[in-house]
Design a protein around this ligand. Structure first.
Ligand code: TNX
Length: 534
């Protein structure tokens, strides 16, 4: 039998300094900084651009003291004692754009960084030094000297809003959760067979038709017979909403990478514009989960015009450098039977349908390059060959990522084995229905994104790693939280902390106050990691 202990029963005493992800260097000092009614947050008068981040800290402090410190622009001489100074100076260049130093002394706190992003990271650290809850006791921050910077530049989290749709308010929470864990790249999976979720002005049917389906699968996709709830389901983001999310993320130093899937996972688009398929349709926005044979027709010139128009609008909305174009799970059945595709293969001298897929992706890559963007695709885009400046997301294990790094592609590691948060995190009999697989907290924590078999120069192509949350079996945002927490914390430490500073036992200890923070915030985290087999 299995005993499930409530998280609270697991709380133990913990060191006053428990930070996740673990910083590069922490030196605990004697004494405390005491926050009081006179505590001010100072910025240099020429660093107004830090005000937003400083105000965030002021609000966080208010949550535990009841009083919101004033944020003031003051030169050094005008600063009264008991302050927090936030400044863009005095850090070694080696700390990079997201590194920071934090000095907590009894009379002042100094947070310094090279770039505003480093300040934002440091503020997350201060947050974890604050008490968890408001209380009558004086609010103190333990004296400490921290020097910190991330191991990887790409610390990603993905969300599939096609299988289930989440409104802007949820997406903002998701971004807040990322910021709390020092993640910096939000991969927004906006289109798939079951829904097209982004308004495109030139093709209104994408959202009039493609954003809606006539029901949703009930139960697991492998069960027979499949059953559907027959309720109209859907939703989409207007371009104004997209801009709002991108701005919200930017303020938190998070880049949004949109994904527009091609040539597969395209049924929602084909339901709206069936002339872009090989057979002409008709199609419906899909209600079940899986891999479907109808994909964008690679022999049809209209397909390229359509996708380029779509990508032009999308590019305008997302200022980031990277455009994810999908490329995974493309059955070649329709292309094999399609005269236009076969003719295209002949004129372009392509030996097989994999090469036709490469031709397809290559046209899109060139188009995006002219717009100043790099494309990224799932590791299948390597199959028929692809120029080095395409970035690769390695999901079918790490083999694709290794091959890609050897070919000098930038790589983000996101293997199903360790970073698929739609997989079970505990005993299947106790967990809510999920995709399958088994990715408990300890497994996530054990991942090393940089394969040791790569040479040092090849290792430089590993840009980082990312956890993915596919939502076939995740209909509500509460369930999103359940699948995300606490695995997001383990992933954050994998992405941020150098291997020599990682330690599973120590991580579990440092998680104890984190669970309490999740409780205070009302986050629906899983306690699967506490299940004890008897
Ligand atoms: C594979 S990961 C897919 C998705 C599914 C996921 C479920 C990837 C590039 N494709 O379409 O949602 O498995 O784990």
């Amino acid at each position: 039998s299995i005993l499930i202990l409530p998280a609270s029963a697991q709380y133990k005493t913990f060191s006053s300094v428990s930070i996740i992800p673990q910083p590069q260097q922490i030196k605990e000092q004697e004494g405390n900084f005491i926050l009081n009614a006179n505590t001010r947050i100072y910025l240099n008068p020429d660093q107004q651009f830090l005000e937003f981040t400083a105000q965030q800290l002021a609000q966080d402090i208010k949550k535990v003291t009841g009083q919101q410190p004033q944020v003031l622009f003051k030169n050094p001489k005008k600063r009264a004692a008991n302050y927090i100074l936030i400044t863009l100076t005095n850090t070694p260049d080696t700390l990079g754009p997201e590194g920071y130093t934090l000095n907590v002394e009894p009379t002042k706190i100094i947070l310094a960084a090279n770039q505003p992003a480093g300040i934002a990271m440091g503020i997350q650290t201060i947050n974890q030094l604050l008490p968890i809850k408001q209380s009558l006791a004086p609010v103190t921050i333990p004296a400490v000297v921290i020097t910190d910077k991330p191991r990887y530049n790409w610390r990603g989290l993905h969300l599939d809003v096609a299988r289930h749709f989440f409104p802007v308010s949820d997406i903002k929470k998701y971004i807040d959760y990322m910021a709390m864990h020092k993640l910096n790249t939000f991969h927004w999976h906006l289109t798939d067979d079951q829904g097209w979720r982004i308004e495109i002005k030139k093709y209104p049917k994408l959202t009039q038709v493609g954003a809606w389906r006539e029901g949703t699968l009930v139960g697991h996709a492998l069960e027979r017979p499949q059953q559907f709830d027959n309720k109209k389901y859907g939703g989409y983001y207007t371009q104004d909403e997209i801009r709002e999310v991108v701005q919200y993320a930017k303020e938190r130093h998070i880049t949004v990478v949109p994904e527009i899937e091609m040539p597969g996972h395209a049924l929602a688009a084909l339901a709206a514009y069936p002339e872009l398929s090989c057979t002409g349709g008709p199609f419906k926005t899909e209600r079940a989960w899986g891999i479907f044979e109808d994909v964008f027709c690679a022999g049809n010139e209209q397909t390229y015009t359509f996708l380029q128009d779509v990508l032009s609008e999308v590019t305008e909305l997302f200022p980031g450098q990277v455009m994810h174009i999908g490329g995974d799970e493309v059955p070649k059945t329709r292309w094999k039977a399609c005269p236009k595709c076969q003719a295209r293969m002949e004129t372009e001298n392509l030996k097989n349908e994999n090469e036709l897929q490469s031709y397809f992706i290559e046209r899109i890559r060139k188009f995006m390059k002219a717009k100043g963007k790099r494309i990224m695709g799932w590791d299948e885009i390597l199959d028929g060959g692809i120029p080095a400046n395409a970035l690769i997301m390695s999901w079918r294990g790490t083999a694709g990522g290794i091959k890609a790094a050897e070919q000098q592609h930038g790589v983000v590691m996101t293997p199903t084995s360790h970073l698929y948060f739609d997989y079970y995190q505990g005993d299947q009999n106790l967990e809510p229905l999920a995709f399958g697989g088994y990715t408990p907290l300890s497994k996530v924590y054990s991942f090393n994104p940089t394969p040791e078999k790569l040479t040092l120069s090849e290792q430089r192509f590993i840009l980082g790693a990312q956890a993915n949350l596919w939502t076939e079996y995740i209909p509500t945002f509460k369930q999103v939280e359940y699948m995300l927490f606490p695995r997001i914390a383990a992933a954050a430490e994998v992405f941020w902390t150098n291997p020599e500073n990682k330690n599973w036992e120590d991580f579990k200890q440092r998680m104890q106050p984190q669970y309490q923070r999740y409780d205070v915030q009302g986050i629906n985290y899983a306690t699967s990691a506490f299940q004890v087999k008897q």
